[in-house]
Design a protein around this ligand. Structure first.
Ligand code: HEM
Ligand code: HEM
Length: 286
C-alpha cells in the first residue's frame, strides 16, 4: 500500500510538471517554427529563454541526479542498507523519464548541431532503459532488491520446501508443481528463452488456479491457505526466473554494453553543448 502511494506520488509530480509546461508553452510548441518569433511567449519559451533554458537545466540535472543516486546506492557499500534497491531504481526511472521530457520541451522540438547528438542519444538511452527494466525484473532478488547468488537461490528453494512440508496439502502441492515444472528444459538461446518463459507463464496461471481449487476443496483454514498460496506463487516465480536466468543475464550484459556507452556519449556531447552555450554568453538567470 505504502509502495503504491509512493508510485502514485511520483506519477502525480510528473503529470503536474508536464501539465504546467504545457499550460505555459503549449501554444508556442504547436506554432510552426518560422512564426514563433512573432509570439509574445518567444522570449521566455525559446531554448535560451528564461523558461526554456530553465527546462534544459532542470531536466539535465534530473538525469544526472537519477544516475548518481542509483549508482551510489548500488555501488557504495555504506549505502546498501538504505531502502530497497528496486525503490531507488524506481526513482532513477522517474527522474530519467521526466528529465528527458523536460529537455525535449527545452529544445522546443527542433534539434541542430552537437545538441542534436545529445538529444538523440538521451532519447535512445531512455528507450533502452524501458527495455532494461523488463530484463531487470526477471533476475531473482532478495527483499532489499539485491541480486541473489546461485547459493542464495538454492537456500530460498530449501526454505520454501520446508515451509510447504509443514502441512499435508502443502506436501502434495509441492510434489505436483515440482513435477510440472521439471518437464521444462533450460533454454539455450534467445528464441527458446522467450518460448519457455511464455510456456511457464501459462503453466504458472494454471498451477495457481489448481492450487486455489485444491485448498478450497480440502477446507484448509483461510490463513493457512493464503500462506500456502503465497509460498507456491513465489516458488513458481523463482523456478520460472531461475530457469531463464543464464540467458537473461547474458542479455542484460549486452544491454549494459549499449546503455552505458550511450550515456557516456550523451554526457560528452551535453558538456560540449553547455560549453558552447556559455561561450555564446547564455547565462540563464545566473
Ligand atoms: C541533455 C540535455 C540537453 C539537450 C539534449 C539539449 C538540446 C538542445 C537543443 C536540441 C537545442 C536547440 C538547438 C536548435 O535551435 O536547433 C538547444 C538549445 C539550447 N540549449 Fe540545450 N540541451 C540540453 C541541456 C542544456 C543545458 C543544461 C543548458 C544550459 C547550460 C542548455 C542551453 C541551451 C541554450 C542556451 C540553447 C539555445 C542556443 C541558441 O539559441 O543558440 N541546454 N539545446
Ligand atoms: C536519459 C535517460 C537515462 C540515462 C542517461 C540512464 C542511465 C543509466 C545508467 C548510467 C545506468 C547504470 C547504473 C549503474 O549500474 O551504476 C542505468 C541503469 C538502469 N537504468 Fe537507466 N538511464 C536512463 C533512463 C532509464 C529509464 C527511462 C529506465 C526505465 C524505465 C531505466 C532503467 C534502468 C535500469 C533497469 C537499469 C539497470 C539497473 C542495474 O543494472 O542495476 N533507465 N541507467
Amino acid at each position: 500500500m505504502a509502495h503504491r502511494m509512493f508510485l502514485a506520488f511520483l506519477a502525480l509530480i510528473g503529470a503536474t510538471a508536464i501539465a504546467a509546461v504545457l499550460v505555459t508553452g503549449g501554444k508556442y510548441y504547436v506554432t510552426p517554427i518560422p512564426e514563433r518569433a512573432f509570439l509574445s511567449e518567444h522570449k521566455m519559451m525559446k531554448p535560451s529563454g528564461t523558461y526554456g533554458h530553465g527546462l534544459g537545466i532542470v531536466g539535465s540535472a534530473m538525469v544526472i541526479l537519477g544516475i548518481a543516486m542509483y549508482s551510489s546506492r548500488k555501488r557504495i557499500k555504506a549505502l546498501w542498507n538504505l531502502g530497497k534497491l528496486s525503490s531507488w531504481l524506481e526513482v532513477h526511472m522517474f527522474l530519467c523519464l521526466l528529465g528527458p521530457t523536460l529537455v525535449v520541451f527545452h529544445t522546443t522540438f527542433k534539434a541542430g548541431g552537437i545538441a542534436a547528438i545529445s538529444l538523440w542519444t538521451m532519447l535512445s538511452v531512455m528507450a533502452s532503459g524501458i527495455i532494461g527494466r523488463y530484463l531487470y525484473v526477471l533476475i531473482p532478488r532478495n527483499v532489499k532488491g539485491n541480486e541473489l547468488t546461485a547459493q542464495q537461490i538454492n537456500e530460498e528453494f530449501d526454505r520454501q520446501r520446508a515451509a510447504l512440508l509443514e502441512t499435508e496439502v502443502g506436501q502434495q502441492l509441492l510434489k505436483h508443481i515440482d513435477a510440472q515444472f521439471a518437464r521444462i528444459k533450460r533454454p539455450e538461446n534467445f528464441r527458446a528463452t522467450v518460448r519457455s518463459y511464455r510456456a511457464m507463464g501459462a503453466l504458472k496461471t494454471n498451477t495457481r488456479r489448481e492450487v486455489h481449487a485444491m485448498i478450497k476443496k480440502r477446507h484448509v483454514a483461510a490463513k493457512t491457505g493464503h500462506y500456502i498460496e503465497r509460498i507456491i506463487t513465489s516458488r513458481v516465480t523463482l523456478i520460472q526466473r531461475s530457469l531463464v536466468l543464464l540467458q537473461v543475464e547474458k542479455l542484460f550484459f549486452y544491454w549494459h554494453a549499449i546503455h552505458l556507452p550511450f550515456t557516456a556519449i550523451m554526457f560528452v556531447t551535453l558538456a560540449a553543448h553547455i560549453g558552447v552555450a556559455l561561450w555564446l554568453g547564455y547565462r540563464w538567470i545566473l
